[in-house]
Design a protein around this ligand. Sequence first.
Ligand SMILES: [Zn+2]
Length: 197
Amino acid sequence: MATIQTTIKLHERENFNDEEDQKMDKALELLTIVINSDAFRRSILNFEYDNKKQFSRNYVDLSTPLSNQEVYELFMSGKESTNGVANNVLDLRWKISAKCPDSAIGTTFNRQRTETYRCKLEEMSAESFAGHIAHEYCHYLGFTHTKKYIVSRPYTVPYGIGKIVRDLCGAYVALQQLTSTELDNLTSVGNLVKGLK
Ligand SMILES: [Zn+2]
């Protein structure tokens, strides 16, 4: 099955300093590559919660539960719950905030505007920031999670997809640093292992 090609548009960028601008650019570049990969599609399709291929809270506005395939398609459609256009564009609005609360990295308002706390962003790699952006974007789509930690929270769509993106970006960056010989060797060993499974 062909993957859907989706782009990202950052409509507003408020309060960013130079370093944060660069981190945002890098995160958006990684995010675009990763969401358009087959690995991203397969990670979502194979996501498991409670021994089933599903997310926790896999619904928007308490309507029908969405299958993993439907979650993937909704994410890639760019159909934010506030404007409803499936244009394959993730529309983002972002602000850096000087606030520094204990737990959260950032928060999304009215499903269409996100603030990230500067104190948290300073400690984050571009790969982790990409994961945070993907998490927040799930809120634009209408997915939710509890404010407090509960055991099922990591399996919600925002947390699940955020982690998938962070992990895939991390793998992508690490693999990019290998020489082509090292990459070939790794691929051939990988195929060997796959053959044994
Ligand atoms: Zn969230």
